[in-house]
Design a protein around this ligand. Structure first.
Ligand code: NAG
Ligand code: NAG
Ligand code: NAG
Ligand code: NAG
Ligand code: NAG
Ligand code: NAG
Ligand code: NAG
Ligand code: NAG
Ligand code: NAG
Ligand code: NAG
Ligand code: NAG
Length: 501
């Protein structure tokens, strides 16, 4: 067969590019490979089993956020900061007994990362958690994505530990965001670690939603002038679509399992209580902060130093270019959240100098023209209020010297008047029977399946445990949050003296 010069040329180019591409892929495991890392939809870890309430009806989450590992590896102060951050994590975990750790974004300072070992810092983050046999779930922040750090790579790195429950339920990789998923929390009796038999009749009593608000810069991409390419900093619309759809499906299947368990057909959609985690806060938080009423230190205790705060869509124009104050791109996400019945709180990080929870009154959104939020083109919200919370800067990396700490969230099936954390953590631990194989107890509980947990029966208490093991900003996100008077949170700073030499 006679090959024309053109086809030889093309053949040669084809072979050459394959060799080059293969070499590139070997050096660089996947910037262009927008991997569909869809995790196990129920994210039931084989080793750890499903998330479950304790026998005493509580479930505790410790939120570490803005850990900012890996700054300036080439200076002494960078690695010294990381030592301090590990100390913070250990100090808090020595005294709190969480059932789940949430790493709420900015795990690593990606803009300081080296391509060869950008995700290596995950080992330092995992160490104190693995040592205590704790499981974690992450959201990624704007610093978890940069020229030398990919969210997809970080996701794969995390899963070197079975302790990670970080899911990925929306395709699209780095550009759409990776940490978009939910985790169900079951009743204490639902211990399906080994087989699914134990999960029969079990329905989630609580749903934890995790969203990727993206931001930072695109992995290994430069523009024509050789500058890094900024990544959109809001929850992608495809994620919002997935959220609204999945929320509806969950409610539907939850209702039909209850019908089955009780042999009735009420055909009503039952509300599953939920919490949401997303690194960058909503524009609503900013509007509430800037509103004439402001963030009252006794009604909404916490530090309020980042003023005005930075939220989703900040720095972007409505047409998707950069260079404006705010582009409004988080409106669909805000609409979806306020339309989520049973959503008890949205927890963010990002603004290290803000640590309050604000009870956002969503009933007047479209009518109250005196409110700063009146311009928000909201569809009619289903909720009457939504708690918007910051956590506490946990890392010595990242800006600011506010005392490091971690927000604790205690979800409880027992109605109570006093914040539960006033009980010593040790006492709570002892309430858990050591022998969980007690058949009579578990069948008795299983006979009244999780249907007995409408959102009104779940209470949410939250407080900040500081690096000095003290408690600040302890509140109950109950029906009167926003009216109850609390002590103001002291605005204290801590320093790493040797880091600043
Ligand atoms: C790209 O993704 C596919 C599908 O997950 C995977 O099989 C393949 O190994 C990935 N390639 C690289 C270079 O990571
Ligand atoms: C990603 O995975 C899901 C679930 O397996 C599948 O439905 C979807 O088509 C996949 N998307 C892509 C882009 O591969
Ligand atoms: C969880 O997922 C696994 C695999 O996707 C499946 O086999 C199992 O039945 C699921 N468990 C529940 C409780 O849905
Ligand atoms: C870790 O926790 C899991 C689930 O609670 C348990 O099955 C496992 O035995 C624990 N491992 C260790 C080393 O304690
Ligand atoms: C990553 O590589 C840099 C440069 O070689 C080095 O200074 C740093 O210690 C490394 N970090 C980790 C966690 O291995
Ligand atoms: C990315 O990492 C390489 C080394 O792997 C380093 O030379 C370069 O400065 C880093 N680039 C950026 C933008 O951080
Ligand atoms: C339950 O509600 C759905 C949707 O409203 C309806 O289509 C269905 O017929 C109802 N089923 C029963 C048994 O009432
Ligand atoms: C965004 O926040 C600003 C305050 O910074 C407020 O005036 C505006 O109404 C908000 N817009 C939306 C769509 O939430
Ligand atoms: C996008 O909108 C901004 C602000 O309105 C404007 O300055 C810019 O020219 C627009 N860019 C494009 C490509 O339309
Ligand atoms: C919430 O806003 C509505 C409409 O502005 C108002 O009628 C209602 O009193 C507010 N509720 C609280 C608890 O402030
Ligand atoms: C909410 O919690 C606070 C603080 O524990 C308490 O003072 C208040 O009575 C509670 N409100 C309700 C309605 O339970």
């Amino acid at each position: 067969m006679l090959l024309s010069p053109l086809s030889i040329c093309c053949l040669w180019i084809g072979l050459w590019s394959q060799v080059v591409l293969a070499q590139l892929e070997k050096d660089n495991p996947g910037p262009l490979n927008v991997t569909n890392v869809t995790g196990n939809p129920n994210t039931t870890s084989a080793e750890f089993g499903p998330l479950r309430f304790r026998d005493d009806g509580t479930f505790q989450i410790s939120v570490f956020e803005d850990l900012h590992f890996g700054e300036n590896a080439w200076d002494a102060w960078g690695p010294l900061q990381d030592i301090q951050t590990t100390r913070v994590m250990n100090a808090i975990l020595d005294i709190e007994t969480p059932d789940l750790i949430v790493l709420n974004g900015d795990l690593i300072t990606g803009n300081n990362a080296f391509k060869a070992n950008a995700t290596a810092y995950m080992a330092a983050i995992a160490a104190p958690l693995v040592a205590r046999n704790l499981t974690w779930a992450s959201t990624y922040g704007n610093h978890d994505s940069d020229f030398n750090l990919s969210r997809v790579h970080l996701w794969h790195k995390e899963h070197e530990w079975p302790n990670s429950r970080t899911g990925n339920m929306v395709a699209g990789g780095d550009q759409v965001g990776v940490s978009n998923y939910y985790l169900p929390v079951y009743g204490a009796e639902c211990d399906g670690r080994v087989d699914t038999e134990a999960m029969n009749g079990c329905v989630p009593e609580l749903i934890l939603w995790f969203f990727d608000s993206r931001g930072g810069n695109r992995y290994q991409q430069l523009d024509d002038e050789g500058n890094v390419v900024p990544e959109e900093c809001w929850v992608d619309e495809s994620v919002v679509e997935w959220f609204t759809q999945t929320r509806t499906e969950l409610a539907r299947s939850y209702s039909s399992s209850i019908d089955k368990a009780t042999s009735t057909n009420t055909n009503t959609t039952t509300v599953i209580p939920s919490l949401a985690f997303v690194h960058i806060p909503l524009n609503a938080s900013r509007a509430l902060q800037l509103d004439s009423k402001g963030v009252d230190p006794n009604l909404f205790p916490g530090i309020n130093d980042d003023f005005p705060l930075a939220g989703q869509g900040q720095g972007w124009c409505a047409n998707g270019t950069v260079g404006c104050a705010y582009g409004g791109q988080d409106v669909p996400f805000m609409e979806a959240l306020v339309a989520t019945e049973g959503l008890m709180g949205v927890f963010s990080g990002h603004d290290h100098g803000d640590t309050w929870c604000y009870n956002w009154n969503t009933t007047g959104l479209s009518s109250d023209s005196s409110s700063a939020l009146s311009t928000t083109p909201m569809t009619t919200p289903t909720t009457t209020s939504l708690n918007l919370c910051f956590g506490q800067h946990s890392g010595y990396g990242g800006y600011g010297s506010w005392i490091r700490g971690a927000r604790q969230i205690l979800i409880s099936k027992i109605p109570h008047r006093q914040p539960l954390q006033q009980q010593p953590a040790q006492a709570r631990r002892q309430q858990q029977p050591l022998d969980t194989d007690d058949d009579t107890v578990s069948t008795a509980v299983a006979a009244v399946p999780s249907s007995a947990a409408p959102s009104s029966l779940l209470t949410v208490d939250t407080w900040i445990r500081t690096e000095q093991q003290t408690i600040i900003g302890s509140i109950s996100l109950n029906a009167t949050y926003g009216q109850d008077i609390y002590p103001a949170t002291p605005d204290v700073e801590t320093f790493c003296l040797e880091c600043n030499l």
